[in-house]
Every structure is written in C-alpha cells, then in structure tokens.
Design a protein around this ligand. Structure first.
Ligand SMILES: N[C@@H](CCC(=O)N[C@@H](CS)C(=O)NCC(=O)O)C(=O)O
Length: 324
C-alpha cells in the first residue's frame, strides 16, 4: 500500500495521525469525461468521444468503487465495447499489481505492466497521489480519462447509447435531486462510512463513523418497507451505489471493519433488496466474493496484522427475494 509522489513510489499506509485517528479519503485526480460527441463534460478536457473499443477499464473485483463501474458496464451492454483488466486481490507494498496467480486476475491485458502505478505514470510521469481503481484508460490518447467511479458510471449511463442502442437510464432527470440526496447520505455514512469505521485509529473516530452507519441502515430499511427501490419504483444509480457496499457487508465489513452492531441479514428489507439486485440480469457475474474476502483480510495488515482469513458465514444471495 503506498502512493506516488512526483512519479516515484512511496510505500505508505493512510496517515490518520494528522486527523485525530480519522480516515480521510483523498479526491480523485483524473476528471475528464467520455461524451457522445467528444465535447468536454462537467469537468476536465474535451476530446474523449465514445467509440467502441477505444476505452479500457482497470478494476479490482474486491473494490466497491470499481465494482460500480463493472456493474454499469454490464447493465449498459458495454462488455463488447470496453475491455477490462482485473488486478490481483492482494494490495501490499507495491499497491495494486497485475500478478495473475489468483483466479480471475487477468494481468494488464493492454501493456503487460507489473503494477497499476505503471498506468498512472504512463498518463502522467509526475503523478502525485494514490493509485486507485477504477481507472478508465483511453487507448487513443494513451491517458487516463477518469479515476472517479461516481463519474465513470454517469458516462457509462449515457455516452455510449448510440453505439449500444441501450437507452436504459439510471440517472433520470426527474429523479436527479432525490438521487443526489440519497447518494450524499449513503456515500458519507455507508459506502465510505464502513471505511471510516474500519480504518479509524481512535475510539472517537470509530464512534463517529459507526453510529451514523447503523442509523443510515435503519433509515434505508424503512425506505424499502414501502418502496421497491431507493428513489421509488425506478431502479437508479442510487441503488447500485448502495449495492456494492451491502454485498460486502456480512462477509467483510461486519467483522474486519468492526461494523458489527447488526448484520445485513438482520435487516429483512435491505437483505431481500440486496438479493433482488444481485439477481438482476448480468449482475451476479460482476460479484466475486473470493476476491472480496481475500483482499480486505489479507491486504489490510494494519487492521488484521496476522492476515488470517476468517471462516465467514454462508450468505445465500441466490435465495428468492420476493420483492417483485
Ligand atoms: N473516489 C474513488 C475511490 C477509489 C478507491 O479508493 N479505491 C480503492 C480500492 S477499494 C483503492 O484503489 N485504494 C488504493 C489506495 O488508496 O492506495 C472512486 O470512487 O473511484
């Protein structure tokens, strides 16, 4: 685990000393957008037009943020148009690597690099920052379009519609305000909340994260009592953004990140809803529990110094969900 400083690799864990034991996620650095006509998106430069075969996605199957991008690639019929490389689940002193000795880890199928940092250095030889997944790479300009999953899923939602003919919309105009409100709370207290609890190095920082997390799960449980999905009847990006955290909850976050007030399966609506999303067409293939379990327990040695992988419960995501 480390980061690049002026293009040089430094092996360093997150610094929580300067923040009183709190984990603070840094912001993503590459913020361009693929658009249908190549015009600039809400941030970054123009020149990234949607074209079949032009873009490549680097992911970890373990990572909930990368998982969002894989889900949107599947939902939007982009699998034949955007190629993928999958990193090894172990993220140790070299950060994410392209080792292939784990089933599903593909290596770098574009360049044959050893490390994900090599891709960042190709895009910017003086890059300073964390080397994170997902990364959307442009083969035409040999650079990173974006390493921000929230924006990659918005691009996938619409920029390739003319190429795929798939016009399903997970960010519909009339629901955008509602989606933004849900996303904000879910991001702060659930998606990132589990990390804030798990990476906390002081009791206060842990307490400040874990209570809002379980308050939000109770809030989500009540929304799903009367609604099919978070924004009502329609399945939106808000659901998929929540799903990647819920899918990891009982296997990883409950034990490894000390989010153990309740399990996902103790929330009947949320648990049925998680199974409903898991069973949605083409989604199960994006979920790789072996990478998830291995990555967190083995790689995060400040949390689990002996790297022991727990026995874990058997969680059946294929059981009937009864929510249609
Ligand atoms: N804001 C980013 C966060 C991505 C992120 O933090 N990914 C983690 C894996 S779950 C990572 O690659 N961490 C490596 C590091 O921080 O060094 C996004 O949503 O795309």
């Amino acid at each position: 685990m480390g980061l690049l400083v002026d293009g040089e690799w430094r092996d360093k864990w997150y610094d929580t000393e300067s923040t009183g034991g709190k984990f603070e996620r840094s912001t993503s650095k590459f913020r361009n957008w693929v658009t249908a006509d190549g015009s600039a998106g809400p941030s970054g430069k123009s020149g990234f037009q949607s074209q079949s075969g032009r873009y490549h996605l680097y992911v970890s199957y373990a990572c909930p943020w990368a998982h969002r991008a894989l889900i949107f690639r599947a939902l939007k019929d982009l699998t034949d148009h955007i190629s993928v490389s999958v990193v090894h689940p172990d993220m140790m002193e070299d950060g994410w690597t392209f080792a292939t000795d784990f089933e599903g880890a593909t290596g770098d199928t574009l360049f044959g690099s050893n490390f994900l940092r090599d891709i960042y250095i190709k895009a910017d030889p003086n890059f300073t920052g964390r080397v994170t997944v997902p990364v959307l790479w442009d083969k035409a300009q040999s650079t990173i379009v974006s390493n921000e999953s929230a924006e990659i899923i918005r691009m996938f939602n619409s920029a390739f519609n003319e190429i795929t003919g798939n016009t399903d919309d997970y960010w519909p105009t009339d629901l955008r305000e509602q989606i933004a409100d849900i996303n904000e709370r879910v991001y702060e207290t659930v998606n990132n909340g589990v990390y804030k609890a798990g990476f906390a190095t002081s009791q206060d920082a842990y307490d400040d994260a874990v209570h809002p997390l379980f308050d939000s799960l109770t809030w989500l449980e009540s929304i799903l009592e009367n609604n099919r999905f978070l924004a009502g009847d329609k399945l939106t990006e808000a659901d998929w953004r929540l799903f990647t955290t819920l899918a990891r909850f009982d296997l990883v976050y409950h034990t490894h990140f000390k989010c153990n007030h309740k399990r996902l399966i103790d929330h009947p609506n949320l648990w049925a809803y998680t199974r409903q999303l898991y069973q949605h067409a083409d989604i199960a293939e994006t979920v790789h529990f072996d990478h998830i379990v291995r990555h967190y327990h083995f790689s995060q040695t400040t949390v689990n110094p002996h790297q022991i992988i727990p026995i874990n419960p058997t969680v059946d995501f294929t059981a009937p969900h009864g929510r249609d």
